[in-house]
Write a protein that binds this ligand. Sequence first.
Ligand code: HEM
Length: 217
Amino acid sequence: MNEPQRVYLPFAEGDRTLKLGLKPLKVEDWIEIDNQFVPYLQRKTELLETNHSEVFASLPGTQSAQQEVLDLLVDHLLQQFPELYDRTSESITIRATDQTWKNNQFQPLDLAGRLVQEDLCLMQPRDRGYILTAASLCFPLRWRLIEKLGKPLMQIHHPVPEYLEQLANPVDRLFDRLKVDRPVCRVNWSIVETPELHLGHQSHSSNAPLELTPDDL
Ligand code: HEM
């Protein structure tokens, strides 16, 4: 596995303003694989077996866009991490977990999600702006895919304070201006009280405030 892990400290700059916070992304940095690769992938497999409709969903008519993501991802993985994956004309194998998935065993984005630690969300342009058309979402931070599928960015962010006033327009404009050969990335951070990765299904209104002091961190 790749070590050392990359460290993200977006709060270290001390800037608490709500902003796009985009940085250019080098294509070779798109996917990260760290020493949690095996447990993450195992947890994904478990969730996809026991709770599939909660962690994978897609709208009809999204197969070709999903396939585009899968093809891009597999080419990228084989190029960046040739020691970790094996591809044949019919299947792809993840060596570290000893898992082999057939090319057509799942929907393309479902298969893509099983190959990496990240969740994958597919946004596509429609009349109402960019909408969430498919996702493999095993590790959400307390949101449910089924409540967001088919919705545009503004509605997806409905519970986020200040989003409408400060971020909605810049985010919509950003999506309209995105360039294929100029990927960007951004980081959000949160503190949670559990090591569990699948934090779905808890609405903001039911979030009990958690009292933390610096000694707890
Ligand atoms: C530049 C683009 C984006 C910006 C600036 C942005 C900004 C934010 C911010 C500030 C939050 C609140 C963070 C928190 O409470 O932890 C948030 C939450 C969220 N974002 Fe984004 N976001 C962007 C793109 C996206 C995209 C493409 C999706 C597609 C799925 C998305 C889905 C969500 C969801 C589901 C939440 C949680 C909402 C909830 O609590 O119900 N965001 N976003």
